[in-house]
Design a protein around this ligand. Structure first.
Ligand code: 6MZ
Length: 368
């Protein structure tokens, strides 16, 4: 039997502990389940697009757009959206993100994005359609897949509803859009956007309908304080995954743990958005239980270590694993189990585990 990627990873023999850890997290086969396309923009691309639009990069702090609060993160998204204004840009972001994930040792990713009506290029007059936005993302993914030799990152798409900007009928239109692309790689729906705005009840009917048609659902939840009733209603909806869950009351936490719903945890994002006081006190510690055996693993919450917005928060997935290992004293075996368990939370259904990554397929076989 040829050595698995994990065996190769385990065989790494660097001298210093931190160099060894850096190499380990880079080579660890990772699954990214919570990454917003525009928030994952390369800083160099952001500066270049800003210059082409006459936006002063220094004034907009584009060279170092690290937010200090959640509200500042949303200011950065506004700047990004002012720079990423064409379908050409969207395609570029998608292809660059695919390469970045590949370089970082990610083997499978579900990327999410909020469809916007954008013109084809700066010279084009007409705003495009939402279908064209999704086409542009998929074209970017396809370009990567065609250009790349060897193991490729398996890519799927999730469409986001923006709770601060979209109406209930916009949400229904995005569900229709997702359904039109369901056979071309759209696997689910996400509810995101500024968590201080919008009402869950407005979006629930659209997401119920999406679910009836076989789309999976992930919900940003508990990103700010004072939304316990909303979290309770979201728990009653029982999505396929939750994102964040930073601020959860004791009763909701008990329900969350009972529910078995996997959670997407983004440490750097939460730290820089002020949603956790420190990495040490991040709620990863409330949910993570170290287990080795399969039987026991069924019992505890699946924690999906994710980046959220690797461009905005300047942290690739390998760095998130490094932080988890460092902060919570996980050894390589434990980090590997953590990464592999994320498989159970993807929006792929078993017969569709066909993404073109030998490394991931190897993991699949190990996981059976
Ligand atoms: C909530 C977030 C987010 O969709 O244009 N987004 N929503 N909480 C977060 N935590 C920091 N990070 C990103 O990517 C950018 C959009 O993703 C959502 C916001 O709606 C943001 O405008 P797309 O590709």
């Amino acid at each position: 039997k040829s050595p698995t990627r994990f065996a190769v990873v385990m065989a790494v023999t660097s001298t210093s502990k931190s160099a060894r850890r850096d190499e380990f997290v880079h080579r660890l086969p990772k699954i990214e389940l919570h990454a917003h396309l525009n928030g994952s923009i390369r800083r160099s691309t952001l500066c270049e697009l800003a210059a082409a639009r006459g936006i002063d990069a220094a004034a907009a702090m584009l060279d170092s757009p690290t937010p200090q609060t959640l509200s500042e993160a949303f200011d950065v998204f506004r700047v990004i959206h002012a720079c990423v204004t064409t379908l050409q840009d969207i395609e570029r972001l998608a292809v660059e993100l695919a390469y970045d994930l590949d370089d970082d040792g990610v083997v499978y990713a579900e990327i999410r994005t909020t469809p916007r009506a954008l013109p084809a290029s700066l010279a084009a007059q007409d705003a495009g359609t939402l279908d064209e936005y999704v086409e542009a993302v998929l074209r970017g993914f396809e370009r990567y897949t065609c250009e790349q030799m060897g193991d490729k990152v398996g890519l799927r798409l999730i469409l986001s509803i923006d709770r601060a900007k979209h109406t209930a009928s916009d949400a229904q239109a995005i569900v229709d859009l997702a359904l039109r692309f369901q056979t071309r790689g759209v696997v689910g729906m996400d509810l995101s956007g500024d968590p201080t705005k919008g009402e869950w009840a407005n979006f629930e009917p659209a997401l119920q309908r999406a679910r009836l048609h076989g789309l999976k659902i992930t919900l940003h939840a508990g990103e700010v304080r004072g939304r316990d009733d909303e979290m309770a209603a979201m728990l009653a909806f029982h999505p396929d995954r939750f994102g964040h869950c930073c601020f959860v009351s004791a009763s909701n936490l008990a329900l969350l743990k009972q529910s078995g719903v996997p959670i997407e945890l983004c440490l750097t994002s939460n730290l820089l958005s002020n949603s956790t006081p420190s990495l040490e006190r991040h709620h990863f510690r409330d949910h993570y239980t170290h287990v080795d055996s399969h039987a026991e693993q069924e019992e505890c919450t699946v924690c999906c270590i994710s980046t959220d917005d690797s461009g905005v928060f300047n942290s690739p997935l390998s760095n998130e694993f490094r932080l988890v290992m460092q902060t919570f004293a996980l050894d390589q075996q434990q980090a590997f189990h953590l990464a592999r368990r994320t498989l159970q939370a993807t929006f792929l259904t078993r017969p569709r585990l066909d993404f073109p990554s030998e490394a991931t397929n190897q993991l699949m076989r190990e996981d059976d």
